[in-house]
Write a protein that binds this ligand. Structure first.
Ligand code: S3P
Length: 439
């Protein structure tokens, strides 16, 4: 599938982007191993979270839905999962594979986790290494790539793990294995990462303690069913935050967005660039802060992005690079080498695409340097870019159309459905001149 975006336009109105992907995955996982029935609303009906849902169905969990974002999970308890008939295919979803590796290390059956060509290239030693230290037996290929073969029935014990990379997936993998381990499992993070696992475990009745940058749980644990209202995904809202900022005349409200402080780096970065972003109607729903976000167009300026904000905006860099291309002056991103091991190498994918559109963008090992020429001055040329089957690259370049001086064609866009089903309809309703067609 490809996107064709005509130049110009602006973003207006009130929209609600789909549910948070991280929270949707966790709601299925925790609801499945809890005792009792959990009701989820606002669930992301995208391919990634649906792959998690299908995996638990394949392990014998009765799950109704999703219907209009509503899912009902009849939890089977900590020991109620059954051996699936075949390998669990997790598609494009790194979160499914890394979190399930932890959760399934604690079962008494063997299971294989596989994925698509992108997921099959992603590093898994970061999870198999701490899991082995807990006593799990997980095989992968020599480079530590999927598929993963998890051998069941091995007793786990708690560890004290200092993560070499700032990764919420690795932290969550260890905590999920820790639910099945004897004793205390502690994970120390080198920088703050999203804390949805900790918040949701608390909601399911499992105490999680935090001291400084270390989180701990005691195993073996037991989860009690809980209802979850999934807020709109700030990572999906980010495309519209940038789009509205760079397109003159924009004024848009993004409703019911999760604004957990471990996810709001994109707001901080855009504000440092001069964006006009206001959080309205701030409230807390089910342990997660939520707000309506109003964004009006603004004259952005280039900045050096503070490295402390990088893990708090890790999924938003593709579209932040587009904001930088439309800002006045130089933007420098450093400390973001993790972008190279996402659904694609996001530093290379974005640098290649921006250069194809005439932007002065230079990839560095851990980030990018972009010389922005300002939004109103047609900083982005017409052209064709490859999204490399990466959903966030596709949507970032779609927003670039708002400040381009010609048509942009974006190839390989089918994976937008992993995180943002209905993107084309929602974006065109808000004012982006976008259509899709099969390649
Ligand atoms: C996620 C954590 C992040 C993020 C991913 C979702 C999660 O990955 O990029 O999209 O739900 O825990 P890392 O832990 O690899 O940084």
């Amino acid at each position: 599938m490809k996107f064709i975006v005509n130049k110009g336009g602006c973003l207006t109105g009130r929209i609600r982007v789909p549910g948070d992907k991280s929270i949707s995955h966790r709601s299925i996982m925790f609801g499945s191993i809890a005792e009792g029935t959990s009701r989820i609303s606002g669930f992301l009906e995208g391919e990634d979270s649906l792959n998690t849902l299908r995996a638990f169905r394949a392990m014998g969990v009765e799950i109704d839905g999703p219907v209009d974002g509503k899912v009902v999970i009849k939890g089977v308890g900590m020991r109620g999962l059954q051996k699936p008939a075949a390998a669990l295919d997790l598609g494009n979803s790194g979160t499914s594979m890394r979190l399930l590796a932890g959760l399934l290390s604690g079962q008494d059956f063997d299971v294989e986790l596989s994925g698509d060509s992108s997921l099959s290239k992603r590093p898994m030693k970061r999870v198999t290494h701490p899991l082995a230290a807990m006593g799990a037996v997980v095989d992968s290929d020599a480079e530590g790539r999927p598929p993963l073969y998890i051998h069941g029935g091995t007793p786990l014990c708690g560890i004290d793990f200092v993560m070499p990379v700032a990764s919420a997936q690795v932290k969550s993998c260890c905590l999920l294995a820790g639910l099945y381990a004897t004793g205390k499992t502690c994970v120390t993070e080198p920088a703050t990462t999203r804390d949805h696992t900790e918040r949701m475990l608390h909601a399911f009745g499992v105490p999680v303690s935090r001291t400084g940058s270390t989180v701990c749980i005691n195993g073996p644990a037991k989860l009690s069913a809980c209802d979850i209202d999934v807020p709109a995904d700030i990572s999906s809202a980010a495309f519209f935050m940038v789009g509205a900022s760079i397109a003159e005349g924009s004024d848009i409200v993004l409703e019911h967005v999760g604004v957990n402080p471990t996810r709001t780096g994109v707001i901080d970065i855009l504000k440092l660039m001069g964006a006009n972003i206001e959080l309205q109607n701030q409230r807390e729903i089910g342990g997660e802060p939520v707000a309506d976000i109003r964004v009006k167009s603004a004259r952005l300026k280039g900045i050096a992005v503070p490295e402390a904000l990088v893990p708090l905006a890790i999924d938003e860099f593709p579209v932040i690079f587009v904001a930088a291309a439309c800002a006045v002056g130089k933007t420098v991103i450093t400390g973001a080498e993790e972008l190279r091991v996402k659904e694609s190498d996001r530093i290379q994918s974005m640098a290649d695409g921006l250069q194809a559109l005439g932007v002065d963008a230079t990839a560095t090992p851990d980030g990018m340097v972009i010389q922005g020429r300002g939004a109103g001055t047609a900083s982005i040329a017409a052209g064709t870019v490859q999204s490399r089957d990466d959903h966030r690259i596709a949507m970032a370049f779609a927003m670039a159309g708002l400040c381009a001086h010609g048509e942009i064609t974006i190839n390989e866009c089918a994976n937008v459905n992993t995180s943002f089903p209905g993107f084309v309809a929602l974006a065109s309703g808000a004012g982006l001149d976008i259509s899709s067609s099969s390649d």
